[in-house]
Design a protein around this ligand. Structure first.
Ligand code: NAI
Length: 471
């Protein structure tokens, strides 16, 4: 057979090797389904491992070390001004990525999951054509589309592509710009803005809406914003971007805030204004798959599309665009394909912004609940009353439990503070188990730990928390 004309057959073809796709492929293989996975990148792992969640966490770890070392002075330990060897930081980040990508490849090999490199495009409901690989076509009994998302771009007339970078470019950390403008104060803008600010760049954030991190309650975002204000050159909300153009000296950006016009020169501009699903250029029009107006593939509770042999999971199948949501959907789709009873029906999906402090929440926010007219009782516990938080010199945190007013069932939880992203898992389990505030309050928590703040916030829903005076 001539190379480039080979056709392969498989029972399941997973398109995309990110935390949705590879998890689906591994689960399917474990259930005895003959599985192949195709990705145009050289390594499995997707954006999450290669140029998203994982490298950003490696860089945030370095950034947190720098700021914690500086703050140790208040606790009686003085380090000198740090020297940042950016090439070593970059090497550390790349090593983290490589170890994880290698691990995923090893797991694929041990499970006999066939890994194919190339770009897949549907030709019909049973076949994909492969561009850039040594196989021309793959015929499948079932397919899972797990193609993820890519950064949204601003109109070329507003911010030309040649004078800005996106999150992938920022994660390369080629160098440390003296000045960085971050456009968009969401997850990516704040995580990467904090990395660069901690490593020494003078960072300015411009956000179109009237506050940062609009996905979570304002009171949760506030401690983070307070810290960012100290770390950044400026943070502008309700900002209107007017123009950006590359000059010999950098990027000249014009924006206005409350009618006041700003014209500033930046060494680098990071655009982080959201992501869009990769549902285009996939040949989906040759199948019965339905793509909605926002570009998401429509799916049922098994993650099956309107074309019953084709499933879709992860960022391409709807919000929230989070790796752990994609992985869960991958498991559901794989089990459904293997003939098991499975449905995607989570009680809560945690969201975490891995800044310092971390902001984490799950279930309903207070704003959601009020908008939906749900009667709620809120219990808050300020970390200023937590022994562990005081002992860490970090009293800026807060834990908040939102419960149904009558039944006291936990409807949502928000936490801001160091390691909030680890603490939120207990709240997610509580919601999956339909726990009430009383269940959380009666659960004995280790002392002294910041997890006690969840117990105390739940006690506060019930009327009184031990370490807080009664309202
Ligand atoms: P985002 O949706 O979190 O934030 C984008 C922000 O940009 C919004 O606040 C929006 O109002 C603002 N914006 C839009 N147009 C603008 C303009 N012209 N000028 C100024 N501001 C503008 O999107 P982001 O940060 O790009 O992240 C994309 C997605 O990636 C997230 O929604 C999340 O799903 C995922 N992600 C998750 C992370 C995590 O789990 N820790 C980390 C990074 C990303």
């Amino acid at each position: 057979m001539v190379v480039g004309e080979l056709t392969e057959e498989t029972d399941l073809l997973v398109i995309g090797g990110g935390p949705g796709g590879y998890v689906a492929a591994f689960r399917a293989a474990d259930l005895g389904v003959r599985t192949a996975i195709i990705d145009e990148a050289a390594e499995l792992g997707g954006v999450c491992l290669r140029e998203g969640c994982i490298p950003s966490k490696a860089l945030l770890h370095v950034a947190h070390l720098v700021s914690h070392a500086a703050e140790a002075e208040k606790l009686g330990v003085t380090f000198g001004k740090p020297t940042i060897q950016i090439e070593k930081v970059r090497a550390f980040k790349q090593d983290v990525v490589k170890r994880l990508c290698d691990g995923v490849s090893t797991l694929a090999g041990k499970r006999n999951v066939r890994v194919i490199r190339g770009r897949a495009r549907f030709e019909d409901s049973r076949t994909v054509r492969v561009d850039g690989g040594e196989i021309a076509r793959i015929k499948f009994k079932h397919a899972i589309v797990a193609t993820g998302s890519r950064p949204k771009r601003l109109p070329e007339s507003l911010v030309p592509a040649d004078c800005c970078i996106d999150s992938s470019g920022a994660l390369e950390v080629r160098d440390l710009p003296a000045t960085l403008l971050v456009i968009g104060g969401g997850y990516i803008g704040l995580e990467l803005g904090q990395v660069y600010a901690s490593l020494g760049s003078r960072v300015t954030v411009v956000e179109a809406l009237d506050r940062l991190l609009t996905g979570c309650d304002d009171d949760l975002a506030r401690p983070l914003v307070a810290r960012l204000k100290k770390q950044c050159e400026a943070i502008h909300t309700s900002a209107k971007l007017e123009s950006a153009k590359a000059t010999g000296k950098g990027v000249e950006v014009q924006y206005s805030v409350g009618g006041e016009r700003h014209k500033e020169l930046f060494d680098r501009v990071l655009v982080s204004v959201g992501r869009q699903p990769n549902s285009d250029n996939l040949g989906l029009e040759t199948t019965k798959v339905v793509v909605n107006a926002r570009g998401f593939i429509e799916v049922d509770p098994q993650r099956r599309t309107a074309d019953k042999r084709i499933y879709a999971i992860g960022d391409v199948a709807g919000d929230p665009m989070l790796a752990h949501k994609a992985s869960r959907e991958g498991i559901v789709a794989a089990e459904a394909i293997a003939g098991h009873a499975a449905a995607y029906d989570p009680a809560a999906i945690p969201a975490v912004v891995y800044t310092d402090p971390e902001v984490a929440w799950c279930g309903l926010t207070e704003a959601d609940a009020r908008q939906k007219g749900i009667e709620i009782e809120i219990g808050k516990f300020a970390w200023g009353a937590s022994g562990r938080a005081i002992a860490m010199g970090r009293t800026d945190g807060m834990t908040k439990v939102i419960a149904d007013k009558k039944s006291r069932r936990v409807l949502g939880v928000g936490i801001v503070g160091p390691h909030a992203g680890d603490l939120i898992a207990e709240a997610v389990l509580a919601m999956e188990m339909a726990a009430t505030a009383e269940d959380l309050a009666m659960t004995i928590h280790p002392h002294p730990a910041t997890s006690e703040t969840l117990m105390e916030a739940a006690e506060s829903v019930l009327g009184s928390a031990i370490h807080m005076l009664k309202r």
